[in-house]
Ligand binder design. Structure first.
Ligand code: A2P
Length: 317
């Protein structure tokens, strides 16, 4: 497996297991299977509603001798209801308890969006607070404090634009080590990738397969299906690989780690094996031609009437 090296020498496997949309009841088996197959990177979040089950599977795998804790890269995220600086450590401690570990490898601010205290999922625009009421720089300082306290080894962000990253730096914060965003050939975000490379912010791709199981609300009638794209399928055939493997290899060739979700054993194995697929510069050029700014996880949940957030402001586009 290829790794992303952090400045302190820690190494994050470039392919991990995504757990968003993995239902409680199936995620435990998927995590056990993944660890047995050789996955050493699990991507989690409390809002996925399955973190305790991921923790159970990890504990079982450790007890069975499949892995040691130190062999597995564990990422989780700070939900939008816990941006207040005093809420960050309790939120992280809840995740640690659910995952049954004493530290995370990577802890990310999940969204640059703030909910009113007590709101887990907003039902109206009144459930949000504007960023001005709880600045990202203040939340980031609390993230730095939990890292310095040893509760997580690295900190980063998710769904952050270049402008928001620059805002953190301008406020005097340390540079986030990772930005986890939606990235696939239909949403290539070349400027964000280039900015990350120039500033040492590693990018992780969520929904690297185009998230075909995303909630129906986000499907968009007639939207092209990335895993069925003729260029992707053609390259898969040429290489004796699968379309998913082409998509994951594309990400790795850009230096972007990826966290494909699956609960299907054959697909778990297939996705992990994508690290061995070599794409030519010609293949990469063909895939570069597929970009169409198709953001599936567009954040529209955060922009109901009366919300202080807009899509333009969220992505700074
Ligand atoms: P399943 O979990 O039922 O195996 P993303 O990571 O982009 O969010 O995509 C996850 C979706 O892609 C899930 O529906 C998952 O199905 C499916 N999937 C994962 N791996 C593969 C694969 N190798 N081939 C086809 N579909 C896959």
């Amino acid at each position: 497996m290829i790794h992303h090296p952090f400045l302190n020498g820690d190494r994050m496997p470039m392919l991990g297991l995504g757990t968003w949309k993995s239902a409680p009841g199936e995620v435990r088996t998927a995590v056990r299977e993944a660890l047995t197959l050789g996955y050493r990177h699990l991507d989690c979040a409390p809002i996925y509603g399955n973190e305790a089950e991921v923790g159970q599977a990890l504990a079982e795998a450790i007890a069975a001798g499949t892995v040691r804790r130190e062999d597995v890269w564990l990422t989780s995220k700070l939900w939008n209801d816990a941006h207040a600086p005093e809420a960050v450590e309790p939120a992280l401690r809840k995740t640690l308890a659910d995952l049954r570990v004493d530290h995370l490898d990577l802890f990310l601010i999940h969204w640059p969006v703030v909910f009113r205290p007590g709101v887990v999922f907003p039902e109206s625009g009144a459930d949000f607070l504007p960023l001005a009421a709880c600045p990202l720089a203040d939340t980031w300082a609390a993230m730095e404090a939990v890292r310095d306290a040893g509760l997580c080894r690295h900190i980063g962000v998710s769904n952050f634009s270049v402008a928001k990253l620059e805002g953190l730096l301008a406020a005097g914060g340390s540079c986030p080590e990772v930005n986890q965003v939606e990235l696939h050939p239909y949403l290539q975000q070349p400027a964000l990738v280039a900015w990350g490379q120039a500033h040492g912010v590693h990018l992780t791709a969520y929904s690297p397969l185009g998230s075909p199981d995303r909630p129906g609300r986000l499907q968009g009638a007639g939207a092209p299906v990335l895993l069925e794209d003729p260029v992707v399928c053609g390259l898969a055939e040429q290489h004796g690989a699968t379309p998913a493997q082409v998509l994951l290899a594309w990400s790795l060739h850009r230096g972007v780690s990826a966290i494909p979700k699956s609960v299907t054993p054959a697909r778990l194995a297939q996705n992990l094996a994508a690290a061995a697929l070599h794409l030519t510069p010609g293949d990469m050029a063909a895939l570069a031609g597929l970009d169409r700014q198709a953001r599936h996880i567009n954040g529209d949940l955060w922009t109901p009437p009366g919300s202080p957030y807009t899509l333009a402001g969220l992505w700074d586009e």
